[in-house]
Design a protein around this ligand. Sequence first.
Ligand SMILES: Cc1ncc(COP(=O)(O)O)c(C=O)c1O
Length: 291
Amino acid sequence: MPRLVWINGCLSPLEEATTSVADHAHLYGDGLFEGIRIYDRRVFKLDEHLDRLYHGCKFMDFHMTLDQPKLRAIVLEVARKANEDNGYIRLNVTRGSGLGLDPRAVKTEPNVMVMLSTLALYPPEAYAAGLDVVTSSIRVNVPDALDPRVKCIGRYPSNILAKAEANKVGAGEALMLNAQGNVAECTGDNVFVIKDGSLRTPHATSGILRGITRDTVIELAQGAGMAVTEDTMTRYDILEADEAFLTGTAAEVIPMVRLDGRAIGSGVPGETTKKLMALFREHIRTGVPFD
Ligand SMILES: Cc1ncc(COP(=O)(O)O)c(C=O)c1O
């Protein structure tokens, strides 16, 4: 796939794209991002991703001059130019460029990047076999420091360290708890369990990113007549569940079959999880066409 990048109005191949060394996300992690999928020449959940991004800009007090309809048009234009049927869009917005923590040191408008690339989070065989997950020693950020609902670049080093812990013990993913010791999420995915045919997932205020795939799966499950509860969950709720799975733009829907060396349910991907995976695969055709 040609890796195309649009930065502040300039479109170029990835190798030639440049941004300021004084970019506030480069210096301080002071930026936001979205990962968005292209399926079959359609941008999946584009408006939902843009809504989350612009809510994040408001929270972070970024002075975005590029409005949401214009950025939407740019994303579709970059996708058209990349001319790929399937792919991954990385959308970044940073406060702007300037040295110094004080936001008044930022003298430019926000830097905006739209990058077209590919991303495979887990190997294809993990979708059939399910993921082996370990609980990380690293907790998610506390909401009174930086609310995990904000998809801020500067929140991700903890997730990267948690993922490294999982890698070191040969696990496929790391489960992150919140400061109270309740289940939050995995490093790039939301967590669901299934018990007696009903779904349960940590509440939006449990220290999670409120995933767009999570919301999609909740809608699909409810549409198929399943009950879904969003509440406080502990590791016990995962270990006593019949099935578990993770959701995310990069992950899509992937079974989770073990936690900390114990099988979840029968230790293989369950029938309800497989049904939701199939419903999700049908639903990905609903994106915004770029042709
Ligand atoms: C920490 C975290 N949680 C959950 C998710 C899933 O969110 P979404 O379904 O919007 O991709 C992501 C994906 O980026 C993430 O980074």
